[in-house]
Design a binder for this molecule. Structure first.
Ligand code: GLN
Length: 187
């Protein structure tokens, strides 16, 4: 199994380590030509969504990645990645790939709570460690979006078709089950 990890900015190496540990091969998406290779799923890592969105456009990757996802390419999107997938962003004019019918609020936890760690349940897996870093949350979902986890009354994980979007960073914690769940979607 080969997973393509968007590698223009942010925490992509940590995802590659988890996926390789689980036996997947990883390739990095850095420029348009990288999209010509075969892969079974895409990871959109954490980082800065505005920068990632802009670079994907400038590097000629945006439209291709968007159409791959629309054509059911499995995706694991974390934090900034979740922001990239949202079809609406609260109080922001700039939206990105728009492949999940949900509204996301960026930097949603305020300054003091910008970063925190907790344990909470994900549907289908059980309790997992969750690290939030200047995290977004999902403020609205349409009916077809499955809510996978709620922390303090805020939606922090969703699934829509073959897309999994998380407000936190599973690549930074010592637990492989979310990456395992993603790889099982890629089969
Ligand atoms: N705050 C970042 C953004 O808006 C996301 C933070 C993260 O990915 N850890 O893109």
């Amino acid at each position: 199994m080969t997973i393509a990890v968007l590698a223009v900015q942010g925490a992509f190496i940590e995802h590659e380590k988890k996926l390789e540990h689980l036996g997947a091969d990883c390739i990095e998406l850095r420029r348009a030509e990288d999209l010509n290779q075969h892969y079974d799923g895409i990871v959109l890592p954490g980082g800065e969504s505005t920068v990632q969105g802009k670079l994907m456009k400038e590097l000629g990757m945006f439209d291709i990645i968007k159409s791959q996802i629309k054509n059911s390419m499995p995706v694991l999107a974390t934090c900034a990645g979740m922001i990239l997938l949202a079809d609406k962003l609260e109080a922001e004019s700039k939206v990105h790939l728009q492949t999940i019918p949900m509204t996301v609020k960026r930097n949603a936890y305020g300054r003091q709570l910008g970063s925190f760690h907790t344990n909470a349940t994900i549907k289908g897996i059980g309790e997992v460690p969750m690290t939030f870093i200047r995290a977004p949350y999902v403020s609205q979902v349409s009916d077809e979006v499955e809510i996978l986890s709620v922390v303090e009354e805020r939606i922090v994980a969703v699934r829509y078709q073959k897309q999994i979007a998380l407000a936190f960073h599973p690549e930074l914690d010592n637990d492989l089950r979310i990456h395992e769940m993603f790889l099982s979607l890629c089969k």
